[in-house]
Design a protein around this ligand. Sequence first.
Ligand code: ADP
Ligand code: MG
Length: 629
Amino acid sequence: MKTGQINVQTENIFPIIKKFLYSDHEIFLRELVSNAVDATQKIKFLSTNGEFKGELGELQVEVILDAEAKTLTIRDRGIGMTADEIDKYINQIAFSGAEEFVKQYEGKEGAEQIIGHFGLGFYSGFMVSDKVQIRTLSRTDGAQAVQWESNGSPEYTITEIEKEDRGTDIVLHISEDSKEFLEKARIQGILDKYCKFLPHPVLFGTKTEYIDDPSGEKDEDGKVKRVSNEVPNQVNNVKPAWTKSPADLEQGDYDNFYRELYPMSMDSALFHIHLNVDYPFNLTGILYFPKIKENVEVQRNKINLYSNQVFITDNVEEIVPEFLTLLHGVIDSPDIPLNVSRSYLQSDGNVKKISSHITKKVADKLSEMFRKDRADFESKWEDLKLFVQYGSLSDEKFAEKAKSFTLLKDTDGNYHTIEEYKEKIAPLQTDKNDKIVVLYTNNLEEQFGFVKKAKDRGYQVVQIDGPLAPHWLQKIEQAYDNMTFVRLDSDTLDKLIQKEEEIPSKLSKEDEEALKPLFEGVVNKEKFIVQIESMSADDAPIIITQPEFIRRMMEQQKMGGAGFFGAFPETHNLVINANHEKIGDILSEKTQKTKEEKVKQLADIAMLSQGLLKGEALNAFIERSIELI
Ligand code: ADP
Ligand code: MG
């Protein structure tokens, strides 16, 4: 037996590891299983390299739970360790054997697949254990099996033991306050989370399968009986789709992998991007575009970050730009530092590069789709647009690329890029100041009347809606400074697209002065500002509008921006068409009473057409209308 001191500067390293290394205690299992996978990967590598000539045996990792003995064992058939190696790799904390191995074999295929990097993972076992044992037999000829044991003080013992199989058992004697890790379901859950795609089989207990009765016995219906069969429970798929070459995968494989990632999801993805980069950093992965839901928050944080097939986190905010967190899928990069704090991640150069690379890939994919099959792209636009708007608002480079595939859908269902719009539609919709006025509706149903009037005049109306629309419009207006977006109900058409020629008014100044108070008498003056305009005679007698800037302000306020306006009062303009014959008629009514009745009826109709007539006022209008019949 040999006793010694674990070689660390600070005596108090253990409490530090316990408290600060990982805030999440369950991580210990990820660390120990990935060490076991590393050891397995190494023996395989040495064997193919001709440095190990013995039998490889069954290269798998087993997780063995013994609730009675209160132990959890992680067993591998990897390279094992000699007593000297334990001294070097375990006793010298933070001397990472993985790092050394990769350096030694740099450039040779397989070596870069080693997971470890920091030489601290092993000690995470102490977060949940009173005592940790390493029982190991090295791959070297005639090696002596040894057991290392420590209770988490900086003292350890090494003893010689009997062990038949090459490889290592890490035996955790689970402490009282961590006894959750003696529950089968808990361990299964952790393995599912972190080890689902590790590159060597990881087994945990057995599971029941139902198979045809091997003896061929039949039931009453003459069918072969189904019988239960206990088989080893393998927790992982050793070759997940993202590790394969895109050339070897078909659409169906991507769909299946999506389901493998999100077994609970009912939807399938719209399309995917297979990432495969090896310079200037390593990155593989598959990102899926989900069908965007009204409530975008529920679909956030579905990208899983892996490092060499070990799950790290599903919180990728620091690694991908926020708008990309709407995507689903997997990113795998050995270049992302794992065991360090999030604030460190943000400042890491590789992480920044990865982030902008992914943004670029996504933009490129979208423009490629647009170029290759425009009809297909258009059919997906409704699901894509929120994402494209979000991306354009949050990332300048993305915004620049998105210009080429951002679409405007008109009310006839045709799509135009902004350039196409400028070429084909803009000439008709340029006002006297040479501004291109893009008329839009956010609700074809509700604004039907406005749309019809605009189209009767030969204008084209586009449909723009969604929660980001107000911000996005502003962004486009900034990018194209001669373009302005106005919602159809924000003013009268003559005002929205002002032309040189003025329409003469049929009303005299005195007429207007007589009319205005009549209307002001029937509407709530706080909410409606009465105006008389000389419009085309074929326009409606009264139009209720809400200036574009007021509405955008309120929309942004609702989304949490523009707070300094406080409770911005909701006002509308009640615009009276001086040239409409029904308006002219009012003044020729004989009594004040009949004038007021007509005014009231006309104002109510205008409000009704805007969905603004409600409750008591609506009821009164209906009763009055019945009366009239
Ligand atoms: P890292 O994995 O980052 O190198 P760890 O603290 O997890 O750091 O492990 C330290 C070293 O101990 C490993 O690099 C490896 O050399 C050795 N080691 C740990 N677990 C095993 C194992 N199951 N089989 C062989 N060697 C191991
Ligand atoms: Mg490790």
